[in-house]
Design a protein around this ligand. Structure first.
Ligand code: PMP
Length: 405
């Protein structure tokens, strides 16, 4: 009760109302795919907005962070940092060949800001973004986040932004027909917040070709899709595409710390190569976060997370499809998924709310899509046990069966 009161007074009335109404438990502890509430009840975390691909408090990440915490968590930034150098080297090695330069930040939106600034400093003032795209809520990132409700109160946003339909390579070609050399294109390989939208096969390849032919810069936002979540290291790996700038975030700090990054070709990074002060931030490349990044990348490799995400994703997808038959097509419009990014499109925001509520009653945490009120998303860790898979399947089945009540 005091927590809800403190929310009301200091966090916000709407947030408190939401928490109070849904009877949300208070989360106090976590490990693996589980989050415990105050009363000691475990919840299966299939939400977390895609951060926990390794689960919570993965021992390898925790160990690296603990050691770094005892040694040197934050840098003076006036001297060199071995942790930064190592994390950058490892991240470059984990991304498609030709992506060499790295700029670290803390949040996804910051990575987007850095990418948009790099494009501009390189003479590209036009931005082509995607319908239903989501890239964050800082002013620059918001300008390419296609949701009116988030944008309207903050206009005017960045100028020279064109929005084209996601999945339509021809529309992109048309938009690039004039002044392509002065443009950058930003998109997600699979749209997450937009409601788990999967483009037709070959689309990403066509996008990369269109950008190449027009001389446009390609920015792939892999903040949600990267690090194995889609069943490949990066979403762009599925089609052998290498962007000019690749953005990572969310799980990059191993579910322990906030870290994001821009990984760039030498050409795309040129403005920062010439003048590193053009874009910088106090906590960029902080040693504690860098220790987490190095341990995370090692763990993804060692535990073969992309392959596990693919296998587990297929199984969970099948369970959701099976459960959706019980609810029927009037309530469950579609189930879409790739790897461990699975979205359920419900007939109405109210039904989506009900679904989340019924899942929570079975102690399964899912997430809304920030861009679409009718899509509920599952982004579980790749480390689920057999018991946890059963838990998921039963909860989704029961929750779906109650949607029509
Ligand atoms: N890009 C994508 C693809 C995202 O899904 C998100 C977060 N949902 C962001 C950027 C913004 O990240 P953050 O909330 O850490 O700023």
């Amino acid at each position: 009760e005091t927590i809800v009161a403190d929310y009301e007074r200091h966090i916000g009335r709407a947030a408190a109302r939401l928490a109070g109404q849904t009877g949300q438990p208070v989360e106090v502890r976590s490990e693996g795919a589980l989050v415990w509430d105050e009363e000691g009840r475990p919840h299966l975390d299939c939400g977390g907005y895609g951060v926990f691909i390794l689960g919570h408090r993965h021992p390898a990440v925790l160990d690296a962070v603990r050691r770094q915490l005892d040694r040197h968590p934050l840098a003076t930034r006036s001297l060199l940092s071995g942790e930064l150098a190592e994390a950058a080297q490892r991240l470059a090695a984990a991304t498609p060949a030709g992506l060499e330069r790295v700029y670290f930040a803390c949040t996804g939106a910051e990575a987007v800001e850095a990418a948009l600034k790099l494009a501009r400093a390189g003479g590209r003032r036009r931005v082509i973004a995607m319908a239903n795209g989501f890239h964050g809520k800082t002013l620059g990132a918001l300008s390419v986040t296609d949701r009116l409700a988030f944008q309207t109160p903050f206009r005017p946003l960045l100028p020279d932004i064109t929005t084209v339909p996601f999945g339509d390579a021809e529309a992109l070609r048309e938009a690039l027909a004039h002044d392509g050399r002065k443009a950058c294109v930003i998109l997600e390989p699979v749209q997450g917040e937009g409601g788990v939208r999967i483009p037709p096969p070959g689309y990403l390849r066509e996008v990369a070709d269109a950008c190449g032919e027009a001389g446009a810069m390609l920015i792939l936002d892999e903040v949600q899709s990267g690090l194995g979540r889609l069943g490949t290291w990066w979403g762009c790996d599925a089609e052998g595409v290498r962007p000019d700038l690749l953005l990572a975030g969310k799980g990059l700090g191993g579910g322990c710390l906030p870290v994001s990054a821009v990984v760039a070709t030498e050409a795309a990074f040129a403005p920062l190569d010439r003048n590193p002060r053009l874009h910088s931030s106090t906590f960029s490349g902080y040693p504690l976060g860098m220790a987490a990044v190095t341990a995370t990348l090692e763990t993804i490799e060692r535990e073969d997370i992309p392959a596990r995400a693919q296998l587990l994703g297929k199984r969970l997808y099948e369970h959701v499809i099976e459960a959706s038959h019980a609810a029927g097509p009037e309530l469950v419009r579609e189930v879409r998924g790739r790897g461990l990014l699975i979205g359920v499109e419900l007939s109405h925001p109210r039904v989506a709310g009900r679904f989340m509520h019924e899942l929570l009653a079975r102690r399964v945490i899912a997430a809304h899509s920030l861009g679409t009120d009718t899509v509920v998303r599952f982004t579980p860790p790749a480390t689920l046990s057999e018991t946890e898979v059963d838990w998921f399947a039963n909860a989704v089945g029961e929750a779906m069966a109650r949607l029509g009540d």
